[in-house]
Structures are given as C-alpha cells and as structure tokens.
Design a protein around this ligand. Structure first.
Ligand code: ZN
Length: 63
C-alpha cells in the first residue's frame, strides 16, 4: 500500500518545511514514524530513542 502520507510537510508561504525527521540510513525522502519516546523507520527498521537520557531515572537507582 503505497499511500502518500499526509502531514509530512508543512507549507509556510512558499517554503516547504519538513515536520518529520528523515531516516539516516534510507536518506532524505524516507521519514521516521513518530512514536512516544522513539522514532522508527518502517522501511529499514531503524529506530532511535527520542527520550533524553537525563529523563530516565533521575538520580534514582533502578534495581
Ligand atoms: Zn530507514
């Protein structure tokens, strides 16, 4: 299903602004899907965390 996704671009006047980050492996044109705490590429399976390390267990020791 090669359905064109809506919402990847946002037009501001004459400029086209990307609202999604592109995949570092697939390159520009392939966008990462936004999830809570992470982004993932549906094409190559690349994923990255969007949660800052500082937000994880702030000064608390996890057992
Ligand atoms: Zn990719």
């Amino acid at each position: 299903m090669a359905k064109a996704r809506v919402g990847l671009y946002e037009t501001k006047g004459d400029a086209l602004v990307r609202t999604h980050k592109s995949c570092p492996k697939c390159g520009p044109g392939t966008f990462l899907a936004e999830h809570e705490g992470r982004r993932s590429c549906g094409r190559c399976g690349y994923s990255e965390s969007t949660t800052p390390p500082a937000a994880k267990g702030k000064g608390a020791k996890s057992a």
